[in-house]
Ligand binder design. Structure first.
Ligand SMILES: Cc1ncc(COP(=O)(O)O)c(C=O)c1O
Length: 378
C-alpha cells in the first residue's frame, strides 16, 4: 500500500501549508523586518478581502471565533440574563460565548436530516420562561441553518440574530452568506487551524453589513478604543496578530478553489458509500451551497467503528460526542438526558471522515473500504 494510504489524517494541514509556504515565508519576513506585530496593513487588507469574499460590507478581525460571537452579541447590546436560543449539538464555544456576553443559553433541538437548528423547536424554546433576546443558529459542518425561517422568527420575537459561522467560510443559502441575515446582519467565524480558512494559531472575525456595529466591534476588540488613549467603552484585547493575517490572506486566495475541491470530495464519498448498509450519509439542505468543513456520516455502534478506523490508520473523529446541554460546564441550566433527543442520538451516531481539499480519490477509496470492513465486523 502506498505511504499516503497508510495513514490518512482527518485534516492535512501540511498539504495546505505546502501550497502557501512561499507566500507565508515572504510575508512573515516582511513582518519581522518591520517589527510591527499587531494590526497594520496586512490585517486591514485581510479584513477588506474577507468581507468581499463573504459578500458583506465589513469584517472585524479578532483573536478567535469564541470572541467573535461574544463581541457580536455585545455589539448588539444583549441584555444581561437575556435568553439566547441555540442548537444543542454545537461546539461548547457557542454557549460559552453567550454566557460570557451575559446571556443565558436556551437550547433547542435540531432536525434529524441536516442536524441544523429546527425553526419550530427554536420557536418553542423562545416562547419559554427565559424568552429569547437573541438567536444563534450554528452553520454546522459547512452549511447554513434554515435562515429564512429563523430570520422570520427573530423578527417576530424582536430578537437579535447572530450567526455562528465558524464552520462555514464561503457557504451560502439562496446566494447569501453569513452576516447578511436577520434584523441586524452579523456573524462570527473562527480561523482555528483546521477550519476551511485556518490560521497558524488562533484567529477569528465578525462580519456585518451594519456600519454602526462595525465601529463598536472595532472598539470592543481594542480596549474600547478607536483613538490612542481614548477609551470610550469597556473593551477587550481581542486583536488579530499580523503574522496570522499574512497566513489568512495567502489561504483566502485559494479558499474558493479549496471549497470546490471539498465539494468534489464530498460527492465522491456520496457515491463510494451510497450502497453501504447501515450508513446514513450527510445531506445538503435546499438552497444551500455547502462548503463541507466536515463530512459526518451516521453509523451504528459508532465508538467501535471509530476504533476500527483509527486502528487501520484512518483519522476519523466525532464532532461532537456530547451535546452541549449535557456538558458539566452547563449543568446549572438543569438539563438531563432526553431533553433534546435528536441531538443526543446524533452524538451517539456521528462519525467524521477525513476531508480536506488535497484528499485524493485513492485515499477516499481506502476510507470507504476500511469503513465497509468495520461495519461488516459489527
Ligand atoms: C461551531 C463553532 N463555534 C465556535 C467555535 C469557536 O472558535 P474558536 O475555537 O476560534 O474560539 C468553533 C471552533 O472551534 C466552532 O466549531
Amino acid at each position: 500500500m502506498s505511504a499516503d494510504l497508510d495513514r490518512i489524517p482527518l485534516v492535512d494541514l501540511a498539504a495546505a501549508h505546502a501550497e502557501v509556504a512561499a507566500e507565508v515565508e515572504a510575508g512573515w519576513a516582511r513582518v519581522l523586518a518591520a517589527c510591527a506585530f499587531v494590526g497594520g496593513p496586512d490585517v486591514a487588507e485581510f479584513e477588506r478581502e474577507f468581507a468581499a469574499f463573504t459578500g458583506v460590507a465589513h469584517c472585524v478581525a479578532v483573536a478567535n471565533g469564541t470572541d467573535a460571537i461574544e463581541l457580536a452579541l455585545r455589539a448588539l447590546g444583549l441584555p444581561a440574563g437575556g435568553g439566547v436560543v441555540m442548537p444543542a449539538n454545537t461546539f461548547t464555544a457557542t454557549a460559552e460565548a453567550v454566557v460570557r456576553a451575559g446571556g443565558r443559553p436556551v437550547f433547542a433541538d435540531v432536525d434529524d436530516e441536516f442536524l441544523l437548528l429546527d425553526p419550530q423547536r427554536a420557536a418553542e424554546a423562545s416562547a419559554g420562561p427565559v424568552g429569547a433576546a437573541a438567536l444563534v443558529p450554528v452553520h454546522l459542518n459547512g452549511q447554513l441553518a434554515p435562515m429564512g425561517a429563523l430570520e422570520a422568527l427573530a423578527r417576530a420575537r424582536g430578537a437579535f440574530l447572530v450567526e455562528d459561522a465558524a464552520q462555514a467560510q464561503g457557504a451560502t443559502q439562496d446566494g447569501r452568506g453569513p452576516g447578511s441575515w436577520g434584523p441586524n446582519g452579523i456573524a462570527g467565524t473562527s480561523f482555528y487551524p483546521g477550519k476551511n480558512l485556518g490560521a497558524y494559531g488562533d484567529a477569528g472575525a465578525v462580519v456585518t453589513g451594519d456600519d454602526a456595529h462595525d465601529l463598536v466591534l472595532r472598539e470592543l476588540r481594542d480596549h474600547g478604543s478607536s483613538r490612542k488613549y481614548v477609551h470610550t467603552r469597556l473593551g477587550f484585547n481581542s486583536r488579530l496578530d499580523t503574522v496570522q493575517a499574512v497566513v489568512l490572506r495567502a489561504k483566502l486566495r485559494r479558499l474558493a478553489d479549496w471549497n470546490v475541491a471539498r465539494r468534489a470530495a464530498a460527492a465522491r464519498y456520496d457515491s463510494l458509500l451510497a450502497n453501504l448498509d447501515g450508513v446514513r450519509l450527510p445531506r445538503t439542505a435546499p438552497g444551500n451551497e455547502h462548503v463541507w468543513h466536515l463530512y459526518a456520516v451516521r453509523v451504528p455502534e459508532r465508538d467501535k467503528v471509530l476504533a476500527l478506523l483509527n486502528e487501520a490508520g484512518v483519522g476519523a473523529g466525532v464532532h461532537y460526542p456530547v451535546p452541549v446541554h449535557l456538558q458539566p460546564a452547563f449543568r446549572e441550566l438543569g438539563h438531563a438526558k432526553g431533553d433534546f433527543p435528536v441531538a443526543e442520538r446524533a452524538a451517539e451516531e456521528i462519525l467524521t471522515l477525513p476531508l480536506f481539499p488535497q484528499l485524493t480519490a485513492g485515499q477516499q477509496e481506502r476510507v470507504a473500504e476500511v469503513l465497509a470492513g468495520a461495519l461488516s465486523r459489527l
